[in-house]
Design a protein around this ligand. Structure first.
Ligand code: IPD
Ligand code: CA
Ligand code: CA
Length: 286
């Protein structure tokens, strides 16, 4: 079913109940998706004539172009209207990175390397945090026109239809996703051992090139589990709550809850999670 909106974008006054000074989270949830969709359309339009000459290297294998930056500015300028005095924590730092009561954690283009190379797997990833907790998440898989969305205790959706984590209970029946290390190679030997194990003992492994998409696909059961280390908050804030609301388990490599700022993540369905995590553990990756 194609993704669409019947309503108009809400204005700031509609978003805010001035009598109670209380935010209407439902309106924020709907309007955010509208905004993200618009930005996704911008990214897709630019892909038609994208010139690799416009790519800059931030640091080893960390690429960026005017598309990432413009998309981020668009998101910031529009999302700020939904929550007065909100903060932003964004990859391209087009506004000051700061956490607060309400913080939008944004990766305007997750899968930049794919985008630059004309490989059509990339997304917009947005999480909304209330203090330390993520309360909403959105991953827009641009080229498939798939909007994944979730809000705390409200379930997870793909183009408005409810989604659920897979039911697979054994690694031997699982399709897994990961992201290869590309700048922090400290755990490379352990990581390779994990890959060898999964190659032999699962249906296979995929490296999509967008951690946000890896999480979204785990949430809707296309993948049974996902793991990666050396990630940033904007890679996972949007997708992790979608996995949880779809019924999945998400932890950092230590088994704790610090998977947004803690730089590593494991996500899987509850039946598979322990066996999945165990494999990372026995090869010394955790
Ligand atoms: C990257 C993607 C990739 C993951 C990297 C991320 P970017 O984000 O999510 O899948 O393996 O760790 O940095 O640079 O395309 O926004
Ligand atoms: Ca990213
Ligand atoms: Ca990015």
């Amino acid at each position: 079913m194609p993704f669409y909106f019947s309503g108009e974008l809400m204005t700031i006054t509609e978003e805010f109940d001035s009598n109670k000074n209380k935010m209407n989270l439902e309106n924020i949830y709907n309007s955010s998706q509208h905004i993200i969709l618009e930005v996704g359309n911008y990214i897709q339009n630019e892909a038609k004539n994208f010139d690799r000459g416009s790519v800059e290297t931030k640091s080893i294998n960390q690429l960026v172009s005017y598309v990432d930056k413009t998309a981020e500015e668009m998101l910031v300028n529009k999302l700020i209207k939904l929550i007065p005095n909100c903060n932003f924590f964004t990859e391209e730092a087009t506004s000051e990175r700061k956490l607060g009561e309400w913080t939008w954690v944004i990766d305007p283009l997750d899968g930049t390397t794919n985008y630059i190379h004309g490989l059509n797997v990339y997304s917009v990833s947005v999480g909304l945090m209330q203090n330390e907790k993520c309360v909403m998440g959105f991953v827009y898989d641009i080229t498939r026109n798939e909007m994944f969305a979730a809000k705390k205790n409200g379930g997870a959706f793909l183009n408005h239809q409810p989604i659920a984590i897979s039911n697979v209970s054994s690694l031997s029946d699982a399709l897994l996703a990961t992201g290869f290390p590309y700048y922090d190679f400290a755990k490379m030997p352990q990581y390779i051992e994990v890959l060898k194990d999964f190659m032999k003992n699962t249906h296979g492994l995929r490296r999509m090139g967008s951690a946000a998409i890896d999480l979204a696909y785990t949430a809707c059961g296309r993948f049974d589990g996902f793991f990666e280390y050396a990630l940033s908050p904007w890679d996972v804030a949007g997708g992790s709550i979608i996995v949880e609301e779809a019924g999945g388990i998400v932890t950092d490599f230590k088994g704790g809850e610090n998977y947004i700022f803690g730089n590593s993540i494991i996500a899987a369905n509850p039946k598979l999670f322990n066996e999945f995590r165990k494999t990372l553990e026995i090869h010394g990756l955790l």
